[in-house]
Design a protein around this ligand. Structure first.
Ligand SMILES: NC(=O)c1ccc[n+]([C@@H]2O[C@H](COP(=O)([O-])OP(=O)(O)OC[C@H]3O[C@@H](n4cnc5c(N)ncnc54)[C@H](OP(=O)(O)O)[C@@H]3O)[C@@H](O)[C@H]2O)c1
Length: 256
């Protein structure tokens, strides 16, 4: 049976960059994103440029039913998953008081429930294919408590905690669990515009998803627990460890 890497949210942004990097490594891929998001074109491009098999599934992963459907569809094709990359995510949407409840409930599903459920569903695959691995995509927002990123930051902090605990449980099975915490990336058009308006210091931390994907896969292969891409983000982590809480609170409140 052929081994595959399953990447959620692979149609654009960071997920697409991860898919291209894995294709360069000649890994067979299963890609998932919402319907009509260009997965067919991406799959054809990857198949014709690299010697790999690529399957894609267009579905909304905010529901448990669809996660189960995805699992069954993969099994019906006789595919075994060696690496799972839980990348699909819904980004932040401003002040909490203005947020639509349907949005943040779906956000919690996609960012928290779905990666947890997919990890559980494919556990037998990871065991059969060991050494194998799970990469969860969190964010620098999991460390810093930023206004306008309340629910988002909470979901990403969950992923950090979940991954660190699970890593200990799965180590004896030779299943590696890593978590990547990117800072700002120029992925969507909206984010590119927003990132250009940031102050000078914050702008220095913004990275391209292609560069973040290369760093992430290299570190994931080394079995690193928490991956912080880029020297500016690493500096933020260092400052977080040494600065007094009052100063940090003033700096992070500026984001409002
Ligand atoms: N961009 C940043 O600054 C940044 C920073 C730190 C961490 N991250 C994290 O990196 C990951 C990717 O972010 P990105 O900026 O690349 O986002 P993006 O460009 O908006 O891409 C998100 C991906 O997730 C998919 N997706 C969203 N909701 C889905 C759903 N309900 N069902 C199935 N697929 C769904 C999207 O599919 P469609 O194309 O079909 O919509 C898309 O492929 C996220 O987990 C995000 O939290 C991003």
């Amino acid at each position: 049976m052929k081994n595959f890497t399953l990447i959620t949210g692979a149609s654009q942004g960071f997920g697409k960059s991860l898919a291209i990097e894995y294709a360069k490594k000649e890994m067979n891929l299963v890609l998932v994103a919402l319907p009509n998001s260009g997965l067919y074109a991406l799959s054809e491009f990857l198949k014709s440029n690299f010697q790999i098999d690529v399957l894609f599934f267009e579905m909304d992963l905010s529901s448990k039913t669809n996660c189960m459907r995805l699992y069954r569809a993969i099994k019906e094709k006789g595919i075994s998953i060696k690496y799972l990359i839980n990348n699909a995510g819904m980004l932040s949407k401003g002040l909490f008081e203005n947020m639509n409840e349907d949005y943040f409930l779906a956000q919690i599903n996609v960012n928290v429930a779905t990666p947890t459920l997919l990890t559980k569903l494919f556990m037998d695959d990871f065991k059969e294919n060991a050494p194998s691995g799970i990469l969860n995509v969190s964010s620098m927002a999991s460390f810093f408590h930023l206004p306008k990123k309340q629910v988002y930051g909470g979901t990403k902090a969950y992923l950090l905690s979940f991954s660190k605990s699970l890593r200990k449980e799965l180590k004896p099975h030779r299943i590696s669990v890593s978590i990547v915490c990117p800072g700002g990336m120029n992925t969507t058009i909206g984010l590119c515009v927003q990132n250009r308006k940031l102050d000078w210091v914050s702008r220095q931390s913004i990275m391209n998803p292609e560069d973040v994907a290369k760093i992430t896969i290299t570190e994931f292969e080394k079995g690193k627990e928490v991956i912080i891409p880029g020297s500016v983000n690493k500096t933020f982590m260092f400052l977080d460890a040494i600065l007094p809480t009052a100063i940090k609170s003033r700096l992070t409140s500026n984001a409002i």
